[in-house]
Write a protein that binds this ligand. Structure first.
Ligand SMILES: [Zn+2]
Length: 82
């Protein structure tokens, strides 16, 4: 059976819409907003750290016009280091 591709944002289970991101996270990236979990899930501490991290990365992405793939890669690597 063919599985729909999932959003590449860490912890997001939405179906991918464009560039490996779900509709919500793709729009967040396009608008230059801080990417953040769309759904409330456990691990509050990790979530807060992730939100903080995304603010920093989004700022960087805006300055350097970072590609979504690089943006995701950096977020993922940072999350794994938490
Ligand atoms: Zn997503």
């Amino acid at each position: 059976m063919k599985q729909p591709k999932q959003c590449e944002f860490p912890g997001c289970e939405e179906e991918a819409y464009a560039r490996g991101l779900c509709r919500g996270h793709y729009q967040q990236h396009n608008r230059g907003h801080a990417a953040r979990p769309l759904r409330q899930e456990g691990e509050r501490l990790k979530k807060d750290a992730l939100a903080e991290l995304n603010l920093v990365l989004t700022r960087k992405a805006r300055e350097k016009a970072m590609r979504p793939a690089d943006f995701i890669d950096q977020v993922r690597r940072a999350v794994e280091a938490l």
